[in-house]
Design a protein around this ligand. Structure first.
Ligand SMILES: Cc1ncc(COP(=O)(O)O)c(C=O)c1O
Length: 459
């Protein structure tokens, strides 16, 4: 294809995308003949290329997904080989070897007695499954009034109506109200901007107070991420999860660890709960389970939660056609093989300090307010004035942050996320787990001028 043909075909694709592809969470009206839909055509390692041939450092692992990096033929071939043998059979009443072997492997890696793997198509379906399991479990074990779900403010748990009940972002909730009853929220663990005398231990106590306020006999579960993504990679304070486990045990409330992002090496451990040493009753996962070489998610439940369902005629009346898809299961096995063979968890633990140091080295720029996270999961909160943590005005956010800063990072060749979901802007960074000092240097070389330009603009 000549260069002219290639340009014409890219323009044609962009035109078709504009006309027919309803992109998710995307203001479709923002695209026009002048501002065209970006088309990504190829990936290799930590990099992706657009249709114009421009290379980008994928600083977000394509939405926290491509943990082993792009372009792994061995993982792709595992899917192709499986499709040739058995492309599909449901995991309803029948089993097939790829799903059985994957379930056994996940159980062997998950903490404690989390041995029951209920596959889903993605993260929202996993959260939906966890909420429904928590409710039905309580019904079967004599606590039918336990229906409420406690989640944290600002947390994102998915967009299906049940998962949205847990999601604590008002802007995403209000357009779809009313939805499933029983979602209530407690403060998240963000310490930035808290008064000096604030005691982080109070954050777990807030959960205890909420359970007491709602009435423990009405609360089914608490759902939390190990590190909360929305709001900017918010890690837990010391002792938070230990206390949360105690509170849940004391009140008969289930602890759901939503690890759609925080599992499969993102924090240098198989599961986020292992990083902070707590034992959930349920883990929800997706994304890195296959490094997104095929779509898949899972709810991983404890033996205790499974127990009532082991008795006839009880059944968890819930499922999805594509859950445990043989191709996705084979891909997940190959993905976990890569992580083990190439020591990616060890690699993250060895390099996360250098990643954090690189980001913290930007703190001399006056708009760098807070740098936080763990593992390969960090955010920079940008502020108008570092010394006072003063917020940008709405105009500055629209023009200088969502506009110019995001454009500068993209033009510089860094895929990352300027996330404004909680109102306070953060630059979210979560590179593939194979990234190392070379990619950190590259990120720094793009972040520094973009942040400095923002500082100049709002000075
Ligand atoms: C913590 C968390 N839970 C649930 C979801 C929903 O996952 P999905 O988009 O696969 O439905 C996400 C998506 O990013 C997430 O980050």
């Amino acid at each position: 294809m000549s260069a002219t043909d290639a340009t014409a075909s890219t323009a044609h694709l962009q035109e078709l995308a504009h006309r027919h592809l309803w992109m998710h969470f995307t203001p479709m009206g923002a695209y026009s003949a002048e501002r065209r839909v970006p088309i990504i055509v190829r990936g290799d390692g930590c990099y992706v290329w657009d249709a114009e041939g421009k290379r980008y450092l994928d600083g977000l692992s394509a939405l926290y997904c491509v943990n082993i990096g792009h372009g792994r033929h061995d993982v792709a071939m595992a899917g192709a080989d499986q499709a040739r043998d058995l492309a599909f059979f449901p995991a309803w009443s029948f089993a097939h070897e790829p799903a059985v072997r994957l379930a056994e492997r996940i159980a062997s890696l998950a903490p404690g007695d989390l041995n029951r793997i209920f596959f889903t198509g993605g993260g929202g379906e996993a959260v939906e499954s966890a909420i429904k399991l928590a409710r039905q479990y309580h019904k079967l074990t004599g606590s039918p009034s336990r229906t409420k779900i406690i989640a944290r403010e600002g947390a994102y748990h998915g967009t299906t109506l049940g998962a949205l009940t847990a999601t604590g972002l008002n802007s995403m909730r209000t357009p779809f109200e009313p939805f499933a009853a029983g979602g209530c929220h407690v403060p998240n663990t963000l310490l930035y901007r808290r008064p000096e005398d604030f005691d982080p231990a109070d954050l777990a106590e807030a959960v205890a107070r909420k359970i007491a306020f709602e009435g423990p006999e009405t609360v089914a579960a608490v759902i939390v991420e190990p590190v909360q993504n929305s709001g900017g990679s918010i890690p837990p304070p010391d002792g938070y999860f230990e206390r949360l486990r105690e509170i849940c045990d004391d009140t008969g409330v289930l602890l759901i660890s939503d690890e759609v992002i925080c599992s499969w090496g993102r924090l240098g451990t198989w599961f986020g709960a292992q990083r902070y040493d707590y034992q959930p009753d349920i883990i929800t996962t997706a994304k890195g389970i296959t490094s997104a070489y095929a779509p898949m998610g899972a709810m991983i439940a404890s033996d205790r939660l499974f127990e009532p369902f082991a008795e006839a005629p009880n059944v968890f009346l819930h499922g999805f056609t594509f859950a445990g898809h043989p191709v996705a299961s084979a891909v997940a096995m190959a993905n976990i093989d890569v992580m083990e063979r190439e020591g990616l968890l060890e690699h993250v633990r060895a390099n996360e300090g250098a990643f954090a140091d690189m980001l913290r080295s930007l703190s001399d720029i006056p708009v760098v307010g807070d740098v936080r996270g763990d593992g390969y999961f960090y955010s920079i909160e940008v502020v108008k004035d570092q010394a006072t943590a003063e917020r940008f005005t709405a105009d500055e956010i629209a023009r200088d942050v969502r506009g110019a800063l995001a454009a500068d990072l993209y033009a510089g060749g860094l895929m990352c996320r300027v996330d404004l979901r909680t109102g306070d802007p953060v630059i979210a960074l979560a590179p593939p787990l194979i990234a190392g000092p070379e990619q950190f240097d590259e990120m720094h070389a793009i972040l520094r001028p973009a942040l400095s330009a923002l500082a100049d603009r709002v000075a």
